[in-house]
Design a protein around this ligand. Structure first.
Ligand code: GUN
Length: 298
């Protein structure tokens, strides 16, 4: 059997970033508008700090402005809500990103619902969630949007295909299912309580794994020729690299899966790079809509 074609997320992301940078340059020259993203991070989660730095860097590289609010872990919820109100009211801010997870006891749903839906570049506000499921234009969460862009570029249409989403998070699983449904796929959502995961995988023409469990999806479960998107980012020990060394792997057993699938995203270098690129895209879209301009073709 031939090996799967690798879906190169870095290449897709570079193309999105090029489109975003061109849009930003056009907005600056034609409308004197510099899209501006406010990034809010509460606490000291190491991975969150790495992501936030990458988001800030990519925004600057695209010509956008950023405002970082790095708040201590003990920040009271009411202070965070006050900051969000201030960012909502500030006309120079086009996008607001609240990095997740928020430390307990902050009520994440309450905080996400406080963001102006027009500035909600993550697409996590209940209004944008409702718009996504009802098919109205809104802000679409970045990782699922990036996955769909790669799927559409890889497959000749999704209508009628059986799609399996493993994971039901608000950030990836649920919005991913909504987007696949919008493209007329027949969608199943699996999760930790799903009894017959192997069987569900064997039926799937499109498989999106977003559970956060290293190599949960076995290569032999995959339908020959399927398109596999691996959203997982899991750190595992790698004794082959030396004592105490680790590596990042996905939710799919890549080495076996690549011998069965038709197309597959690697980890790293697959879905990951598209997430931040799509955040940049959402920020440009938010800025344009706030000026009454149509969505760009990025
Ligand atoms: N934490 C993990 N993924 C995400 C994301 O896509 N957006 C935000 N804001 N936080 C996250």
């Amino acid at each position: 059997m031939s090996e799967a074609k690798i879906i190169d997320g870095r290449k897709f992301a570079a193309e999105v970033r090029r489109g975003v940078a061109a849009e930003v340059a056009a907005l600056k020259s034609a409308h004197a508008l510099t899209p501006t993203l406010a990034i809010v991070l509460v606490g000291d989660d190491e991975a969150s700090h790495i992501y936030v730095r990458a988001k800030g860097r990519q925004a600057e590289e695209a010509g956008m402005a950023t405002l970082e609010h790095l708040l201590p872990r003990e920040t009271p919820e009411r202070d965070l809500l006050t900051l969000i109100q201030r960012l909502n009211a500030d006309d120079t801010i086009n996008g607001i990103l609240i990095q997740l997870p928020l430390p307990a006891p902050i009520a994440t749903p309450k905080v996400l619902a406080a963001v102006d839906p027009a500035k909600d570049v993550d697409g996590f506000h209940p209004i944008n969630v409702g718009r996504l499921w009802s098919g109205a234009p809104g802000m679409v969460p970045c990782t699922p949007y990036g996955c769909m862009a790669m799927l559409k570029a890889t497959l000749n249409g999704l209508a009628g295909l059986r799609a399996l989403v493993i994971g039901r998070s608000n950030i990836v699983g649920k919005p991913m299912a909504a987007l696949l449904l919008r493209e007329n796929a027949t969608v199943t959502i699996a999760h930790s309580k799903t009894r017959d995961l192997a069987e569900r995988c064997r039926e799937a023409d499109v498989l999106v794994a977003a559970v956060g469990h290293a190599r949960l999806v076995k290569g032999v479960w995959i339908k020959p020729g399927a398109c596999v998107l691996d959203v997982g980012i899991n750190r595992v020990s790698a004794p082959d690299k030396g004592k105490g060394k680790t590596r990042i792997v996905g939710d799919v057993d890549f080495e076996v899966a690549r011998k069965v699938a038709g197309h597959i995203t690697p980890v790293p270098g697959g879905v990951g790079p598209m997430t931040i690129a799509c955040l940049m895209r959402n920020t440009v879209i938010a800025a344009r809509r706030q000026r009454g301009l149509p969505d760009p073709a990025i």
